[in-house]
Unconditional design. Structure first.
Length: 316
């Protein structure tokens, strides 16, 4: 809730400056595409603080603003890390870790429909007897933009004693069409699994980066679930991580009154309480006027021309 010591913030920025710079480039791409809301959300992410309030004790304070967008280099990294930790804990207990990649023919229509189609096909595949021994798993959908369409494929991680390649391939081909490219099945030994999981977990943010395709990619996957856990692996928190909208309460416990689930973003006030009611309630619980404030140290550090340790030297 309190802003961290200056030095700590600066060290953190120095290490990640290039990601901030990339985030700003992406923000600009959204502005150029006529999408000012996405521009602002990306620009504000981790460079500003947002006002939060507790409806129980009426205290308000600021927390780091995060955009939670998949295209955000900072947010997608954080999500990948959290997801990676969860999957690592799961795979450590897996008997027969298998990684399966399912591909589709080049998709030339609406990419959102393509993602849905892939998901539906996989759900059918899961009911196939080949998958009867699978107790749980997770999958990640990847979409790459190509000149004439989209390459959409899926990485599945699951615990399964035996997957005969030829049979899995035939079953998949009969679902998605005969011009389906190869599929991949890999059994991973436990020592190797750790590395693999880390790579796998960061996949969702692995779009063909570059400001030129970032808007196109964003629109192609917008509102679509790309990461899912299933069977015994199902985890609601991991599912929420994939949602781009604000589904979580900024702090599950109020640091002042210790009440659970009473903390919310001031900007969500009108949606939670209703527009007119919020005007009245706000004056009681939000003493501060601004819903977003700058973190000058961060903006200065990113705006400066120097990099690395020089930044902290210049500002100290
Ligand atoms: Zn409180
Ligand atoms: Zn962000």
């Amino acid at each position: 809730m309190q802003i961290k010591p200056r030095e700590e913030i600066l060290n953190r920025i120095n290490k990640r400056k290039r990601h901030f710079v990339r985030k700003r480039k992406y923000a600009q791409a959204f502005l150029d595409a006529g999408m000012p809301q996405e521009y602002q959300a990306l620009l504000n992410c981790e460079e500003t603080q947002a006002l939060v309030c507790c409806s129980h004790c009426g205290k308000s304070w600021y927390v780091t603003n995060r955009c939670r967008k998949r295209v955000c280099p900072l947010c997608s990294f954080r999500v990948a890390k959290e997801r990676g930790n969860y999957l690592k804990a799961l795979t450590a207990r897996m008997k027969y870790p298998k990684f399966l990649t399912l591909t589709m023919p080049l998709w030339e229509n609406n990419p959102q429909e393509g993602i849905k189609y892939l998901r539906q096909s996989f759900n059918k595949m899961r009911r196939h007897k080949l998958f009867s021994k699978v107790v749980g798993g997770s999958y990640m959908i990847e979409l790459k933009i190509k000149p004439t369409g989209y390459h959409i494929h899926m990485h599945i991680m699951m615990d399964c004693p035996f997957l005969p390649y030829q049979k899995v391939f035939s079953a998949w081909k009969s679902l998605v069409g005969s011009d389906c490219p190869q599929i991949f099945i890999e059994a991973v030994k436990s020592e190797k699994a750790k590395e693999y999981v880390a790579k796998y977990a960061s996949k969702a943010s692995d779009f063909d980066s570059g400001p030129d395709v970032v808007v196109k990619w964003y629109l192609a996957v917008k509102g679509q679930r790309l990461f899912t856990t299933f069977g015994k692996w199902y985890n609601a928190k991991m599912e929420d991580l994939d949602a781009e909208y604000e589904v979580f309460i900024p702090e599950s416990k109020c640091p002042y009154c210790e009440q659970m689930q009473t903390v919310f973003f001031a900007r969500d006030g009108p949606f939670i309480f209703g527009h007119d009611e919020w005007i009245i309630i706000r004056s009681f619980i939000c003493k501060e006027g601004y819903e977003v404030i700058d973190i000058p140290e961060i903006r200065d550090a990113i705006n400066s021309e120097v990099t690395g340790n020089q930044v902290s030297l210049n500002l100290e």
